[in-house]
Design a protein around this ligand. Structure first.
Ligand SMILES: [Zn+2]
Length: 203
């Protein structure tokens, strides 16, 4: 399955496995770890790989994530959004403003590289000195690419019990983000059916 930087950012808010919600970006160390795990998705020419995370950077990345998740919520509509932040979504207008502003903070120039014997590659060059600007702009660009690309139509919020993930629907019948979610949903449906029907009091 293809990984998308925007989706990876959105899914740093996830089911913690115990009925709660975990946030991988809750701490500066969490941001550093997450960035290391995404190094293959971040353009190395932007210099985000050797990024020194701090609280200010964390706050800016979390702000981009809030915009991305708010737009994901809109993208899956009329299906319900992820329940993790359904009660604190930004308006579409505010989310667009935040995302576009983050992308606009850095100007980049695409460059064509054609190493001998290898495929041509596109890289991005930028004179932007602030690594936080480079990082947040790269995340915002990834979200813009995602939301204007073919994945948007396939974006879903997983409806398995307790799951809060957004995912890109793969094969035709995929309904849940992971096989474990599919199993949990099946078990929940089973118990729903097995439960004796309670008598509803008539009002
Ligand atoms: Zn799920």
């Amino acid at each position: 399955m293809d990984r998308h930087l925007a989706l990876e950012l959105a899914t740093t808010i996830r089911h913690d496995g115990h009925g709660g919600v975990a946030d991988d970006l809750a701490t500066v160390q969490g941001l550093a770890d997450w960035l290391r795990a995404q190094s293959d998705l971040l353009d190395p020419s932007l210099g985000t790989g050797d990024f020194a995370a701090d609280e200010a950077a964390r706050a800016e990345v979390v702000a981009v994530r809030a915009a991305v998740r708010s737009l994901f919520a809109r993208a899956v509509s009329p299906e319900p959004p992820s329940p993790a932040d359904a009660d604190r979504l930004l308006s579409t207008e505010d989310a667009l403003r935040a995302l576009n502003a983050a992308a606009a903070r850095q100007s980049v120039t695409p460059q064509l590289d054609w190493p001998v014997g290898a495929d041509p590659r596109k890289s991005l060059r930028s004179g932007e000195p602030d690594p936080v600007v480079r990082l947040t702009a790269a995340l915002a660009r990834a979200a813009i690419d995602f939301l204007t690309g073919p994945q948007r139509e396939l974006l879903r919020a997983c409806t398995a019990p307790r799951c809060v993930r957004y995912f890109v629907k793969g094969h035709g019948r995929q309904e849940y983000c992971k096989p474990s979610c599919s199993n949990r949903a099946r078990v929940a449906r089973h118990y729903q059916r097995a439960k004796p029907t309670a008598q509803k009091p008539t009002a």
